[in-house]
Design a protein around this ligand. Structure first.
Ligand code: AMP
Ligand code: MN
Ligand code: MN
Ligand code: MN
Length: 289
C-alpha cells in the first residue's frame, strides 16, 4: 500500500449501494472496488449512513482502506446541490437525525411524482418504483427511472430523466432539502469533512457558483470534487482551478450506481492533477485499514 498522502492514489470516494439508489450491496461494491484496483474507498449513499457499518466490515475483510461517507441533498439558490461528507462517526446522533429528517419528505414527494406521471398516462408508478427500492426510507427519482425503463416507456434511465423527471417535466416535484449550513454542520459535528459534490452538474451561473463556493468556505467546508464521473475532462481543469482559487482540497469519485447504468466504473477515473492537494491528505487519521 503506497502512501495515502499523494495525488496519485486510486481513491474512489463517491458511489451508491442498495441502501440508496445503487443496485449493488455494500459488500459487492467493496469487492468490485478492490477488483478494480481502488486503494481508498468510501460509500456515499444519498441522505443515509445505514450501509456504512456493512461497507466498513466488507472493506476490512478485503484489507481495502475505507472512509465513511454520505451524500447529503441540499437546497441552495432554489437548486438541489449535493454535499459529500467523508470520515465522520456514522453513529453520531445529530448527523443520523439530520439525515433522517432530510429523507423524511421522500415518500410524500414520490406520491406526488406518481400523480404527475399518472396525468400523462403512466399509472402505478409509485408501486412500480417501490419494486426497485432497497431501503423503503429512500425512494428516489432513480427508482422511478428504473420502473419506466422496465415498462418500456423509455430506453434507459437518462431518457427518463430528460423526458419525465427533471424541472418542468410531468414527474418532477420541487423539493426542499437540507440547508447548506445544516448539512455542513452535521458532517462537522460528527468529525468529518464536507466536500462539494460534482459542481459542474448544477447549471449555476458564474455568480451563483461563486456564492456556493464562498458560503461553503465560510461554513468551514474543505473540499470539492474535481475528478468525478459527472465531469467532462474540461471540467476537471475548471474545478481544479476553482479548488486552488478557494483553497479547497480536491476529491475524486466515480459516482458509480450500477453496472448496467453507470458510465463510470469504480476506480477507473483519471488521477487528480499533481498541483492539487487531495482530501485524503487531511483524512489519514480517519481511514480504516
Ligand atoms: P433524487 O435524490 O430522488 O432527486 O434523485 C437524484 C438521483 O437521480 C441522482 O443521485 C442520480 O443518481 C439520478 N439522476 C439525476 N439526474 C440524472 C440523469 N440525468 N440521468 C440519470 N440519473 C440521474
Ligand atoms: Mn444517485
Ligand atoms: Mn449527486
Ligand atoms: Mn452520487
Amino acid at each position: 500500500m503506497n502512501s495515502s498522502s499523494h495525488p496519485l492514489l486510486n481513491a474512489d470516494l463517491h458511489c451508491h449501494s442498495v441502501i440508496s439508489d445503487g443496485t449493488l450491496t455494500p459488500e459487492a461494491l467493496a469487492e468490485r472496488a478492490q477488483r478494480n484496483g481502488v486503494e481508498l474507498w468510501a460509500l456515499t449513499d444519498h441522505d443515509e449512513v445505514g450501509g456504512i457499518a456493512r461497507a466498513r466490515q466488507a472493506a476490512r475483510d478485503l484489507k481495502l482502506p475505507f472512509l465513511s461517507g454520505v451524500e447529503v441533498s441540499v437546497t441552495f439558490l432554489r437548486k438541489t446541490v449535493h454535499i459529500v461528507g467523508l470520515g465522520f462517526d456514522d453513529t453520531h446522533p445529530l448527523l443520523v437525525q439530520g439525515l433522517a429528517n432530510t429523507r423524511g419528505g421522500r415518500a410524500a414527494r414520490a406520491q406526488e411524482m406518481a400523480a404527475g406521471l399518472a396525468k400523462v398516462g403512466i399509472q402505478g408508478a409509485y408501486e412500480g418504483a417501490l419494486q426497485f427500492v432497497g431501503n423503503p426510507d429512500l425512494i428516489s427519482r432513480t427508482h422511478f427511472a428504473r420502473f419506466l425503463v422496465e415498462r418500456g416507456i423509455c430506453q434507459d434511465t437518462h431518457e427518463v430523466f430528460r423526458r419525465y423527471l427533471t424541472e418542468g417535466k410531468p414527474g418532477f416535484v420541487p423539493h426542499q432539502w437540507a440547508t447548506l449550513r445544516d448539512a455542513v454542520q452535521w458532517i462537522h459535528v460528527a468529525g468529518g469533512m464536507a466536500v462539494i459534490a460534482h459542481p459542474g452538474r448544477y447549471g449555476f451561473t458564474a455568480n451563483e457558483e461563486f456564492a456556493l463556493f464562498t458560503e461553503f468556505k465560510a461554513l468551514g467546508g474543505r473540499g470539492v470534487e474535481v475528478v468525478t464521473g459527472s465531469h467532462t475532462t474540461d471540467e476537471y481543469v475548471t474545478y481544479a482551478d476553482m479548488a486552488l482559487e478557494f483553497g479547497l482540497l480536491a476529491s475524486r469519485g466515480s459516482d458509480f450506481h450500477s453496472p448496467d447504468e453507470s458510465h463510470t466504473e469504480l476506480g477507473t477515473l483519471p488521477y487528480l492533477s499533481g498541483r492539487l492537494t487531495p482530501v485524503w491528505d487531511a483524512l489519514s487519521n480517519r481511514i480504516v485499514h
